[in-house]
Design a protein around this ligand. Structure first.
Ligand SMILES: [Zn+2]
Length: 301
């Protein structure tokens, strides 16, 4: 069958469209966004760039500690638990998670084995350089997820002192670990450190490290040795009440309570990541504040 040149060209183009182009598309399927680790240290340099883009510059700094946790939990309880919560949260709402960090305030446990208590000046300097370096790498929103009760004055103070000079990033602090209500009923009243809640959470994150059979070998009761009004604060207060670095009863812990509390913690961190990503007010007003603070006399009411 004879064809004109035009017909031949049409047939050729049809074949090209019908066979070659779809073939090449099948051969190289349009790539779905590749799964990226949420662990800073597991990303390649170019994947890190993609991770920062995907997280919208939001990075987590889970903050633990190394200190005694009763007679039955590991020294790294706060570090292990906060990383468990933060990593699971970042899997649900993508954020880059900084590696192990445990350089916080724990002077009150220096009499117990295994405590790493860095000096006041080093705690602040190291945290500042860490968040500065995170920001230099694109983390313009640093969400510190606190896992350690002894940091609860340090971290708001650190966040407040970000206003002393300009920073091109915002520090946020999330400092809740235990729901106030809901879930399986709790059996104990005093439950501040290595007690029912913390032991239960560890049964979820690292059950292999819980030695519940040892939980009653020391007392976690409040020794109430200090006779001061509640509104007078001293640094020695914790030692006066809980010298064994144990507050509560780990023997009361259950896996059910741990699962409930850990899920609540993870969900709460997810909400915090979403809120931080959506927050365009803090970066903007922080910048405005830094600028105005260079000429306070010009500030209009
Ligand atoms: Zn703890």
């Amino acid at each position: 069958m004879l064809r004109t040149r035009r017909e031949t060209l049409t047939v050729f183009l049809f074949l090209a469209v019908a066979l070659v182009i779809p073939g090449s598309l099948c051969g190289q399927t349009v790539p779905a966004a590749p799964k990226l680790s949420v662990h800073w240290e597991e990303l390649t340099a170019s994947d890190f760039r993609e991770g920062i883009h995907r997280s919208q510059g939001t990075c987590l700094l889970p903050f633990g500690i190394l200190e005694k946790h009763g007679p039955h939990l590991p020294l790294g309880t706060d570090l292990l638990d906060v990383r468990y919560a933060a990593l699971h949260a970042a899997e649900q709402e993508y954020a880059v998670v900084f590696p192990e960090y445990y350089f916080g305030q724990i002077a009150e446990a220096r009499h117990e084995p295994g405590t790493m208590a860095y000096s006041r000046s080093l705690q602040l300097a190291l945290l500042q350089e860490t968040t500065d370096e995170m920001a230099r790498n694109g983390c313009k929103k640093v969400l510190i997820v606190n896992g350690h009760g002894g940091n609860e004055s340090l971290l708001p103070y650190f966040a407040q002192t970000q206003l002393d000079k300009p920073h091109d990033y915002v520090v946020y602090v999330f400092d809740e670990r235990t729901p106030q209500q809901g879930g399986p009923p709790k059996k104990t009243k005093i439950d501040m450190h290595a007690g029912e809640s913390e032991t239960s959470k560890m049964m979820t994150s690292r059950p292999d490290l819980v030695h519940q059979d040892r939980a009653s070998s020391e007392s976690g009761a409040d020794q109430a040795r200090q006779k001061l009004p509640e509104d007078v604060y001293t640094g020695i207060w914790w030692y006066t009440r809980f010298p064994n670095h144990y507050s509560g009863e780990g023997a009361a812990a259950t896996k059910e309570l741990g699962e409930f509390q850990m899920k609540w913690w993870i969900d709460s961190v997810v909400k915090a990541i979403r809120a931080v990503k959506a927050d365009d007010v803090s970066p903007k007003l922080q910048k405005e504040f830094y600028e105005k603070s260079t000429h306070p006399l010009d500030t209009q009411p």
